[in-house]
Design a binder for this molecule. Structure first.
Ligand SMILES: Cc1cc2nc3c(=O)[nH]c(=O)nc-3n(C[C@H](O)[C@H](O)[C@H](O)COP(=O)(O)O)c2cc1C
Length: 168
């Protein structure tokens, strides 16, 4: 299609409307940068490769968290559970200390903050970053993975947080 319509791109509203119907799991990416915990909410998380074990997410190039994240030696992916919509909202909010109460977290094995009560943690070493459009693709090599309490995932759909219900 790009051969015949090289200049044609969807308008911003149409693009956002279509993407909004794609339900996505919600994670919080965390890291420790110069001793300071940093983190942001993301739905762009994805698995990439099994061997080696790679995962990815995209971060907005205008993110104020990205410069700290980029400098960190490793990062953690915190997979949120269905009752953590407040955590997702906090890690997407400006002007708050995202790690202050009521956020519950502990330092991870390599120092990156690990959020408590999540469904899973993945501790990652930076593997590759690449500018893609107005975002940066961040690929991580998974050094450690742990599954937390069994439960349902937090989903994001049409601008709202919700829960997954399996078919009977
Ligand atoms: C549900 C949800 C999903 C988000 N997914 C992403 C994402 O994948 N990548 C990204 O860069 N920002 C994403 N954001 C926005 C960031 O969380 C937010 O803009 C960012 O934390 C702003 O703060 P910062 O400038 O400190 O990074 C998402 C926000 C929400 C609420």
């Amino acid at each position: 299609m790009t051969d015949t319509l090289p200049d044609r791109v969807v308008d911003g509203d149409g693009f956002r409307r279509a993407l909004a119907v794609h339900a996505a799991g919600v994670v919080v990416i965390t890291a420790r940068s110069e001793g300071v915990p940093v983190g942001l909410t993301a739905t762009s998380f994805s698995s990439v490769s099994l061997d080696p074990p790679l995962v990815s997410f995209y971060v907005d190039r205008s993110s104020t968290t990205w410069p700290s994240l980029r400098g960190a030696g490793h990062f953690a992916v915190n997979v949120l559970s269905s009752d953590q919509a407040d955590v997702a909202a906090r890690f997407a909010s400006k002007g708050v200390d995202r790690f202050a109460e009521p956020t519950r977290w502990r330092p991870g094995p390599l120092g990156a903050p690990l959020l408590l009560d999540v469904s899973a943690h993945l501790v990652c070493l930076p593997y590759e970053t690449r500018d893609v459009g107005d975002h940066v693709l961040v690929v991580g090599l998974v050094a450690e993975a742990s599954v937390g309490r069994p439960g349902r995932p937090l989903l994001y759909h049409q601008g709202r947080f919700g829960r997954f219900t399996a078919h009977p």
